[in-house]
Design a protein around this ligand. Structure first.
Ligand code: KG4
Ligand code: ZN
Length: 388
């Protein structure tokens, strides 16, 4: 069957067409066409996503991308058997544009529609690798699975007991990790989205510093990762530039990044009091970026490993925009190994770390297999706070 998927939850307009065929216990997916139109440049001058503008851009982009996608897929709308559309969470005005577009196609061509949870999409985003076809074997023993979802709006740990059986075991109590990256980038005068910018600076600082790739001095000094054989070298990060790891040792699996963001604000204020030009000197921006990224990554990895141990997790899936962070990928894999865990770790291929329609198509297909097609189109609504 051919599935058309639409994603408009934030600032990326995504449309794709996938073809799915059953083969024994596996589903074989073929990506016939996939188009994503990023609005990053438009939102950059606002330092974040501006909902009314996002809505206008989605409305403008959807018909163009739709035609382009059909053309690339060499198919016609009449051949589409299912439409999957993101219904939440996200920005409601943006979500509505995709939903209205899906409903219009549904009515005109009599195609069923499946509303998809965007976060569930991020979980499914790890299945396609770097080729046009991929396979999902539903009988594979991958459960219990844990998903760390890290994006601009979310930071959560989801326990996946079986296909589509989700239990949220932890979440941020305030800012999402991506949001913290974006806000701190702004304080450092870096453009939106801040994650890749901070990451770039942090990596330069790591490479320049004698600490190399062994992790931060703060982490080792506190012994948080129980690595016994690494001698703590002298930190080359100025002792002035240290940040907290909020809620790292709390008994639950929750996170908090708002205090960390405020700590960066005060740190910059204090440094500037001594030297107004400090941010432009001595690689200070780089050093702050590194300490900030260390703080976020250490907290995310520490809590994830704790959950893996507690729930005897077989498979870890990391998804969402922040999963593109190379230091998070590196530390997560390294710490799972050094904690002697057999957990298989999956990050999405680079092009699918951010928002895209492919992940919505896959999640939609699984809903379809569970007979979740909505007969009544009126029941499909944008839900900004939809939860897993
Ligand atoms: O999943 P996503 O594309 O959109 C939402 O659903 O929010 O995530 C966007 C977020 C932004 O906050 C962005 O700064 C962050 O992902 N991000 C990163 C990196 N690339 C994107 N954060 C850290 N490191 C990165 N390399
Ligand atoms: Zn997302």
């Amino acid at each position: 069957m051919k599935i058309l998927a639409i994603e408009t939850s934030c600032d990326d307009t995504g449309i794709c067409i996938l073809e799915v065929k059953k083969s024994g216990k596996s589903d074989i997916f073929k990506i016939l066409a996939n188009n994503t139109n990023s609005q990053v440049k438009i939102h950059r001058e606002y330092g974040g996503v501006f909902p009314a503008l996002a809505k206008r851009e989605h409305q403008k982009n959807l018909p163009i991308l739709f035609e382009k996608t059909l053309k690339v897929a060499k198919t016609k709308i009449e051949k589409i058997e299912l439409i999957a559309v993101t219904s939440g969470p996200g920005l409601e005005p943006a979500l509505w544009t995709g939903i209205v577009f899906a409903k219009e196609l549904s009515e005109k061509y009599n195609i069923p529609v499946i509303p998809v949870n965007h976060m569930e999409g991020h979980i499914f985003s790890i299945f396609p690798k770097n080729s046009k076809t991929f396979k999902i074997n539903s009988s594979e023993k991958i459960f219990p699975m844990l998903s760390l979802l890290v994006s601009g709006g979310h930071t959560e740990l989801i326990l996946v007991k079986d296909w589509q059986k989700y239990k949220k075991i932890g979440q941020t109590r305030d800012d999402a990790s991506g949001e913290a990256f974006d806000k701190v980038a702004r304080m450092l005068g870096l453009p939106y989205p801040g994650g890749p910018e901070i990451s770039k600076l942090a990596n330069i600082e790591r490479e320049n510093s004698a600490l190399g790739r062994l992790g931060s001095a703060t982490a080792r000094a506190r012994g948080i990762f129980q690595q016994k054989n690494i001698r703590a070298p002298q930190s080359t990060i100025s002792s002035e530039i240290t940040l907290p790891r909020p809620m790292m040792y709390s008994k639950d699996f929750d996170f908090s990044f708002s205090g960390l963001k405020t700590a960066v604000l005060y740190l910059i204020r204090d440094l500037k009091e001594k030297n107004p030009n400090i941010l432009e000197e001595n690689n200070t921006k780089q050093k702050i970026a590194r300490e900030f990224e260390d703080a976020i990554v250490e907290t995310l990895v520490y809590k994830t490993i704790k959950a893996i141990k507690e729930y005897k997790i077989k498979t870890l899936i990391v998804g969402g925009g922040v999963s593109a962070n190379t230091y998070l990928q590196e530390v997560m894999k390294k710490e799972i190994k050094s904690n002697m865990l057999k957990t298989k770790v999956h990050f999405p291929t680079k092009s699918l770390t951010g928002d895209n329609a492919i992940m919505i198509a896959i999640a939609g297909y699984f809903q379809y297999k569970n007979k979740k097609v909505k007969k009544n189109l009126d029941s499909i609504k944008a839900k900004g706070n939809l939860s897993l």
